[in-house]
Design a protein around this ligand. Structure first.
Ligand code: NAI
Ligand code: MG
Length: 357
């Protein structure tokens, strides 16, 4: 492996449990870097509600430019419920700035049942293993801040564009081609009711025609909600509109043991950033209780994205083996026994040990 290969990564620790999680992920990243011999230049930047409280901005313009110039970014969760804008919504959230600003149109949310995890469904580790690709820049959430109406009625608009569906569908088909799964993409929509989502399905099918090696499937969102609970084993890649993806991906996370285990990527053609699917958990912040696996698996997704596939696989194997050998034990709410720092040390040691064999 070439020692000259190096990547520049912006890291934002965020709020609440963010700093604890990001420190854990950096420790594991460092173990992988040391074991496999690639370079990782970490550019730490502030962002989130804490920064907003201090300075009046959630992310400095220079930090945004640094993310655009970097190979990728990793962020911890942000947001503190007490820090609010005059209209009552939360200040310090970065979703709008980063998803739209970086045109990160594919929100990639792997749902995988890990060994040794108590999940509410009866399934063996590895049997549940699919990825939800949520459209991240349009759909119903394009209406964010733009709802119209009166004191008697309010309306939001669900907008779907050909360009928007084409690119996210292509992402989903390419992902299915790369994965070891069933080589299948399921389009989840409400094409039976809404013209916008019938259009989503039509454009999905047009893109699918150019991927004859990938099986295509359609499901209405209500039926998909049931199927994700009753027969999650049959899914490989699913693609859907923004709002539907937001809801169904949390449902998927719950089926494999909770959000503390679930990573995500926000990926565009030029820029990408990686983060857990959950929030800043102020109820357990600063107590060394949070599960760092979501952040560590987000770091693995980032490594895969920047071309360090061996390192990504090594980190995933370390998580699997630590859970399987009960070196990492999770409590009923997903808290790691022995604490966040101990979990990070355990996983970094597992990375070094697996790499040495
Ligand atoms: P949350 O996801 O922070 O917490 C929900 C529940 O899950 C809490 O009981 C929490 O303790 C638990 N939990 C979450 N992550 C955990 C982990 N890694 N280990 C163990 N337990 C964990 O959701 P909540 O309370 O609705 O939001 C808190 C803040 O996070 C808000 O300010 C919200 O706006 C923000 N938020 C930020 C996101 C982001 O930065 N991407 C995403 C979602 C929410
Ligand atoms: Mg959500």
């Amino acid at each position: 492996m070439s020692a000259a290969r190096s990547h520049r990564v912006v890291v934002i620790k965020g709020d609440g449990i963010g700093p604890e999680l990001v420190d854990a992920a950096l420790e594991v990243l460092d173990a992988a870097r040391g074991a496999l011999g690639f370079g990782l230049e970490i550019d730490l930047r502030e962002g989130g509600a804490g920064l907003y409280r201090k300075s009046g901005v959630s992310l400095a313009p220079e930090s945004f430019e640094a993310i655009k110039a970097a190979d990728a970014a990793m962020k911890g969760p942000v947001g503190l419920p007490g820090v609010r804008l005059p209209d009552g919504t939360e200040a310090g959230l970065l979703g709008g700035i980063l998803r739209i600003g970086l045109d990160a149109y594919a929100n990639v949310r792997p749902v995988r049942l890990l060994p040794g995890v108590e999940a509410p469904l009866k399934a063996k580790a590895g049997e549940i293993d699919y990825v939800i690709v949520r459209e991240n820049t349009e759909g119903l959430y394009l209406s964010r801040g733009k709802g119209v109406g009166t004191s008697e009625a309010m309306a939001d608009t669900l907008l779907v564009t050909r360009k928007g569906v084409e690119r996210v569908a292509r992402y989903a088909f390419e992902l299915a081609r790369r994965r070891n799964g069933a080589k299948q993409v399921t389009c989840v929509d409400k094409a039976n009711v809404l013209a916008s989502l019938a259009f989503f399905r039509r454009v999905f099918d047009e893109v699918g025609e150019t991927y004859p090696d990938i099986r295509r499937e359609h499901l209405y969102a209500d039926a998909a909600a049931q199927a994700l609970v009753l027969e999650p084993q049959r899914f490989d890649v699913l693609v859907m509109e923004n709002f539907l993806g937001d809801i169904l991906s949390d449902l998927g996370g719950a089926t494999v043991g909770g959000i503390g285990l679930c990573p995500s990527g926000n990926i565009g053609d030029k820029h990408a950033y990686f983060e857990p699917i959950h929030g800043s958990a102020p109820d357990i912040a600063g107590q060394d209780k949070a599960n760092p696996v979501s952040q560590i698996l987000s770091a693995a997704l980032m490594l895969e994205h920047i071309g360090e596939r061996d390192a990504a696989a090594l980190i995933r194997r370390a998580v699997d083996s630590a859970l399987k050998n009960k070196k990492l034990i999770l409590g009923p709410f997903g808290q790691p026994e022995g604490g966040t720092r101990h979990a990070a040390e355990t996983l970094a040691a597992a990375v070094r040990q697996l790499a040495a064999h």
